[in-house]
Design a protein around this ligand. Structure first.
Ligand SMILES: *Cc1c(COP(=O)(O)O)cnc(C)c1O
Length: 405
């Protein structure tokens, strides 16, 4: 990971007509094959919009697992902390430690399974773990006492998802046993919904009833949380102490969910590496699964499935070149794919290709790409690999670069 400020040289400005896309980014991308632009001003605005959507008295718990949904935790987490989110959540202890290394000072909750061997590290970096067994509680108590501090844990109730967490009765027994261990503070009680963004989310009512029962039996656990982005926006009664926001922070709203005033934070871009003629009947890429029906121009895009750009998008997805939608033709390879630029007059090597985001009057969203790839927007974003440089932008100027450039 390199950390440097790119020169704000107007000669390096990427021309854009700005019609839909706002201010063009002033950045030295001329020599980049592909990159992600992460707009931190948009992220700030999304935090404000989500805070006003969930209302006062509800903390924002920023879920920054999986490299902050592919956007690059190195730029996203410090920006979210500066924007005032109260807490962070990740899935693995190692992700929490990485947040501390980035300088994050707010409370960090590990949502996933932790081991007694993680206790000392968690305590020394003030990381809150999700408790699912008493061995972990005992190890945390020992580590906390050794350092003369308190270790905090949250108990996750499985209210019907049948994934992680413990049953209602187990949660009560575990919390009561952990409560009496010296050095251990059972701070939080949580659950997670199974049908949060389904058209029919009535099962959330059943889950909520079970969670309310857990809260009634554990009235001394004051901090309660149940909601991901969809639940937070759909279910005011389930916001409790804080809402665990992932996707919505990135400006992508789950289906069947009221749309707050958020915008996509991440754009994925590349430059045409080569433009070639393809005669009628000739094929393109492995297996020659696409054949030209007319004299065609094939544009080579240096992004592949090793970057997280799905192989299932071959012959199905679209990209933007010259402000126009161009079909992805042939199979996606590990490091590159081909698009049909026949209808883009003058398309040439070095032209900007937009895979996610805006160009001229067109926009490609994560939801649209997800549909074409037969998956969900979370998967499209979280799949983006570390090989792609992340340019973190404010006021149209790159503030920080993560990854190889
Ligand atoms: C990932 C995750 C979230 C965030 O979900 P979004 O739908 O992206 O907001 C919340 N809670 C838990 C337990 C998660 O694993």
């Amino acid at each position: 990971m390199s950390d440097r400020v790119a020169p704000a040289d107007p000669a390096l400005a990427v021309p854009g007509d700005g019609s839909l896309c706002g201010r063009p980014v002033v950045v030295a991308t001329r020599a980049l094959n592909s990159w992600a632009e992460v707009d931190l001003d948009v992220l700030d605005a999304n935090v404000r919009a989500l805070r006003s959507a969930v209302g006062p008295g509800v903390e924002l718990i920023a879920v920054v697992k999986a490299n902050a949904y592919g956007a690059g935790v190195a730029g996203i987490a410090p920006a979210l902390e500066a924007a005032g989110v109260e807490r962070f959540a990740v899935v693995w202890v190692a992700e929490a430690l990485a947040l501390r290394e980035l300088g994050v000072r707010r409370p960090i909750l590990v949502l996933g399974h932790a081991h007694p061997a993680d206790a000392a590290k968690a305590v020394s970096h003030d990381i809150t773990l999700t408790l699912d067994n008493l061995d972990l509680a005992r190890a945390l108590a020992v580590a906390a006492q050794a350092r003369g501090v308190e270790a905090r844990v949250h108990v996750l109730v499985d209210s019907g998802l049948h994934r992680d967490g413990v049953t209602l009765d187990e949660a009560v027994a575990l919390a009561e046993a952990a409560r009496h261990l010296p050095g251990l503070v059972v701070e939080g009680l949580s659950t997670h919904m199974a049908n949060a963004d389904d058209a029919d989310d009535s099962f959330s009512d059943d889950q909520h009833a079970l969670f309310a029962e857990a809260a009634r039996r554990l009235p001394w656990i004051a901090y309660r949380h149940t909601a991901n982005s969809a639940t937070a926006l759909r279910r005011p009664e389930m916001r409790y102490s804080g809402v665990r926001l992932g996707l919505a922070l990135h400006g992508v709203v789950p289906e069947n969910t009221p749309h707050p005033d958020v915008q996509p934070v991440l754009s994925l871009k590349a430059r045409l590496a080569r433009v070639t003629d393809v005669a009628p009947g000739e094929g393109v890429s492995y297996g020659l699964t696409w054949r030209a029906a007319r004299p065609s121009r094939a544009g080579l895009v240096p992004v592949g499935y090793a970057d997280g750009w799905r192989r299932s998008l071959g012959n199905r997805g679209e990209v933007l070149v010259g402000g126009r939608r161009c079909a992805m033709v042939g199979r996606v390879c590990m490091d590159q794919f081909v698009c049909d630029v026949t209808d883009v007059p003058g398309a040439t090597v070095g032209d900007e290709v937009v895979l996610l985001g805006c160009q001229g009057r067109e926009r490609l969203t994560a939801a649209e790409v997800a549909r074409a790839a037969d998956t969900i927007p979370w998967d499209v974003l979280a799949s983006l690999q570390a090989r792609l440089p992340r340019l973190f932008v404010r006021d149209g100027v790159v503030q920080r670069v993560a990854g190889r450039t």
